[in-house]
Write a protein of this length. Structure first.
Length: 286
């Protein structure tokens, strides 16, 4: 099942972020979603399967999942697997790090190992970082969201440091950093430029990839075709603006990349099941 952050009632539309301590007593079925996710196991044992590749889970296993990766968890131990679990939207990364950041590009490449087992000082450090993130999330003090974003980046930067120090950078990853060798730069580009008048043929020309191949690769990695991916990203941003601002619905439609109010209204109902006005009335913050 494919889910986005708006499917989770506990996640605010204007700050798409959530962190919790969860338990998996037996198994968590295979699923995928259009947000990013990281987790740190603090107790229990089992395994996780990501895109068909299984790895063991125990205390100290840190996992970073990209959007659309199919994954599940199975518990081996008599006690549940307990883990910190953090879910967040792409915009929390791209809004606070410049587009060309090597850290961000390396973090988001699909051919890097998605997990590592931490021990000793590394494990102590990551447990402290995740506890700090979790504690901050449960606060209502000023600058909470800004601090959460900074803490999230610290965790992911430390994770990326470990990946580089342990596995180095292979030829595929070096190719990624120069803009080739992976379809992820295209999906990343869509997330950056979704307000623009994007088209599959325009993307194909920009990345010098045949349109047919590009369409197949986007569907393979995102689980949906290019147009549906673009619409979902735009609608998600519209939901944030509807719930957190007093912008007119027409202005919101234009802001997120739709050239027509009627098209925006039709697609919003198609994706969310209600009209933009109904969504605003239901979700507008007091």
């Amino acid at each position: 099942m494919n889910k986005d952050l708006s499917d989770y009632e506990m996640i605010a539309a204007d700050f798409p972020f959530y962190v919790s301590i969860n338990e998996v007593r037996h198994s968590f079925p295979a699923h995928r979603h259009d947000f990013l996710e990281c987790s740190l196991v603090i107790a229990g044992e089992g395994h996780e399967t990501i895109n068909g590749i299984r790895h063991p889970m125990r205390r100290g296993t840190f996992t970073f999942l990209l959007p659309y990766q199919v994954h599940d968890i199975v518990t081996y131990s008599t006690t549940p697997i307990r883990l910190f679990n953090c879910m967040f939207a792409m915009e929390l990364l791209v809004s606070s790090v410049k587009t060309g950041s090597p850290y961000l590009q390396a973090l988001l490449t699909e051919n890097q190992r998605p997990f590592f087992h931490l021990e000793g000082e590394e494990l102590v450090q990551f447990e402290m970082l995740m506890h700090s993130l979790h504690n901050e999330y449960n606060q209502t003090t000023p600058f909470r969201n800004e601090l959460l974003t900074l803490k999230l980046h610290e965790i992911l930067m430390q994770f990326q440091r470990i990946r580089v120090s342990r596995q180095g950078m292979n030829t595929q990853e070096k190719a990624y950093l120069t803009g080739s060798g992976s379809i992820w730069p295209v999906i990343e580009y869509i997330h950056y430029h979704y307000r623009d008048d994007l088209s599959l043929s325009g993307l194909a020309d920009h990345f010098r990839i045949p349109s047919t191949r590009l369409s197949i690769e986007i569907k393979k990695h995102a689980g949906i075709n290019f147009l549906h991916l673009l619409h979902k990203i735009r609608i998600r941003h519209a939901c944030s603006l509807l719930s957190a601002t007093d912008m007119s619905i027409l202005d919101i439609a234009l802001e997120v990349g739709f050239s027509s109010y009627n098209v925006f209204g039709r697609l919003f109902r198609e994706y969310k099941g209600i009209t933009p006005t109904e969504y605003r009335l239901t979700n507008l913050h007091a």
